[in-house]
Design a protein around this ligand. Structure first.
Ligand code: B12
Ligand code: SF4
Length: 517
């Protein structure tokens, strides 16, 4: 079978700060290729619609797989499905990935027949079965794990047996030099672990994977790194190095091979403090950038997210990361009830600290607890605005004032790290990038103002809506936790962590330990 895998175009954030390879789609592509299929991959973050059309016309794929990790991409995915059916009416067209798994039936309704099915959950196992069924003709989708189609659904989605089994088909991307993360230009991505044992109310990483946590073995991880050409590597794990032994083992395997790379990772403040020695070791291996989820800067904000990390730990973690000489980025979530004074306080605070501060807007997503509990009140049902840069919940300030304050705050914060300031600081490094023909980072330094603009944000709310998001359930409806999950929780045995780490997670996660999951 000829399979064309397609990732949709960039969202707002990726237009300025980073562009990363579609790792999930590369894994699906690798699984299909290993099963003997002829596979091509297009990433519209780094390629054109014209090229996509050409592939459809000239190559005439039998199957087209669309990647739906981001809710904001949904209208684009539906339009791509319709476009595909116009050019290749006999192709089997389906979508999968994080976000579309939570809204499978809505996707089918929007597509009006242009999507033959949605494949919920991890794709490595089910795509093989789906392709076999389509190849045989007269297929029965009801036998495919995770499949949701017009008049039914298959059995529950299945986990891949072992993360070591399949490595991403990185070679299928034709524009690899376009992937970058700030100064890590070009930059590849890698996965050391999958899933998250915590259960934060605003996040769907844990509901997707049923609060499971699995790891790739150290040798396979190091082998994979050895095969990566790019000097920079983004570690995509939700929370890096939850288990110190795992982090140390990968590090040692990298050191044994003498591999030299620059790394970026994301973790929690309490994990960083629990495993200081791992992060120190990784600093020596080339860890350069670290993103720590902070979310709010006062106790009140933190407790609203019910994240049981005492505020002191956040600051202690920042200090420790600084002491290692790491470039630290943190994220603050702007709440819809913020007033001018609150934005001003945040601006002042952020200017006092050396870290890169990113401000995103609190956004309830399908698949999160917040979606069910935030009160059901949404300012828009436009999927495209669910990118944590737009306000989708009514704001206390008039929307234009909210956006003016938001962008002014983001601008103050970003000017610390963009434009001529950074050019002066990094003249040598930038010269080196340009000499090697890598211009992603340098070009990003001046893009901020054209992308982050209060007037543009506001105008986005006035665009006509072709596909409307189904609103959350009315307030007061009981939330059945089990219904949130895509992969059913397997309890303790689904988490590859030792008992001490399990106790640490229990003590710091949001929900009472008595609740099962
Ligand atoms: C790495 C990451 C990024 C990276 C890389 C994105 C990229 N180009 O792929 C960066 C940093 C760029 C990023 C940015 C953003 N991200 Co992000 N990101 C993640 C993260 C942590 C891991 C994703 C990943 O690579 N996992 C590893 C791979 C192997 O898994 P996977 O992609 O999920 O793929 C598996 C399945 O989903 C499925 N699958 C995937 N694609 C397909 C396609 C088909 C056809 C099929 C059948 C199956 C399938 O099979 C794969 C293998 O099992 C997730 C959290 C999570 N755990 O999912 C958040 C997450 C996806 N991101 C999120 C958000 C909000 C964003 C931003 C909008 C935020 C922002 N800062 O502005 C931006 C927008 C990015 C954009 N596209 O323009 C949210 C999604 C919310 C939503 N419902 O839309 C998540 C869930 C985080 C969260 N806490 O809620 N992100
Ligand atoms: S720690 Fe919380 S926010 Fe981070 S991935 Fe896990 S559940 Fe999501």
């Amino acid at each position: 079978m000829k399979l064309l895998c397609v990732h949709p175009g960039p969202l707002m954030y990726t237009k300025v700060f980073l562009r990363l390879e579609p790792l999930g789609l590369e894994l699906i592509a690798a699984a299909a290729r290993r099963a003997g299929h002829d596979v091509r991959l297009i990433d519209l973050q780094a390629d054109t619609l014209k090229y996509f059309d050409k592939q459809l016309r000239q190559w005439q794929p039998d199957v087209v797989a669309l990647a739906g990790n981001y809710l904001a991409n949904v209208p684009e995915i539906i339009d791509l499905a319709k476009r595909t059916k116009e050019t290749c009416p006999n192709a089997f067209v389906f979508a999968g990935g994080h976000s579309v798994s939570f809204i499978a039936n809505d996707m089918l309704a929007h597509a009006e027949g242009a999507l033959d099915c949605i494949l919920k959950g991890e794709g490595e196992v089910s795509i093989i079965q789906l392709l076999e069924a389509v190849a045989e003709g007269g297929y029965d989708l009801a036998t495919i794990p995770g499949a949701v189609f017009a008049d039914g659904a298959g059995p529950a989605p299945q986990f891949v047996g072992n993360l070591d089994d399949i490595l991403p088909a990185r070679d299928l991307l034709r524009n690899r030099r376009k992937y970058f993360l700030g100064r890590m230009d070009p930059c590849a991505s890698i996965e050391f672990s999958r899933g998250c044992p915590w259960d934060c109310s605003f996040c769907s990483a844990w509901t997707f994977y049923g609060r499971s946590y699995r790891t790739k073995s150290a040798e396979v991880a190091a082998e994979e790194i050895a095969g990566i050409r790019e000097p920079g590597i983004f570690i995509v794990d939700d929370v890096a190095f939850i288990r110190s032994e795992h982090g140390m083992a990968i590090g040692e395997a990298i050191a044994r091979r003498g591999l030299k790379k620059q790394y970026y990772l994301e973790t929690r403040a309490d994990v960083l403090l629990r495993h200081k020695e791992v992060f120190r070791f990784w600093r020596d291996l080339g860890l350069e950038f670290i993103f720590i989820g902070i979310e709010a800067i006062d106790e009140d904000g933190l407790s609203r997210f019910r994240k049981r990390v005492p505020l002191g730990h956040n600051f202690e973690a920042l200090e420790y990361a600084r002491s290692l000489g790491l470039n630290v980025a943190i994220n603050i979530i702007a709440e819809p009830d913020w007033d001018r004074e609150r934005f001003r306080v945040i601006r002042e605070w952020c200017l006092e600290i050396p870290e890169i501060v990113n401000i995103s807007v609190s956004t309830p997503y399908p698949g999160t607890e917040l979606w069910h509990t935030h009160g059901g009140d949404l300012a828009t049902l436009d999927y495209r605005l669910f990118d944590i840069q737009h306000a989708v919940v009514p704001t206390k300030l008039p929307l234009d004032v909210f956006y003016a304050e938001l962008v002014a705050t983001q601008r103050v914060l970003n000017m610390k790290h963009l434009g001529w300031t950074i050019v002066r600081q990094l003249a040598g490094e930038i010269g080196g990038l340009l000499l090697r023909g890598q211009t992603n980072f340098v070009r990003s330094l001046w893009k901020f103002n054209s992308v982050f603009d209060a007037k543009l944000l506001l105008a986005d709310h006035a665009r006509p809506i072709s596909y409307a998001l189904r609103p959350p359930p009315a307030p007061g409806q009981p939330l059945v936790r089990r219904d949130l999950y895509i992969h059913a929780p397997q309890g303790r045995k689904g988490r590859a962590i030792d008992d001490a780490t399990e106790r640490f997670v229990e003590a710091t996660r949001m929900t009472a330990a008595s609740e099962q999951g």
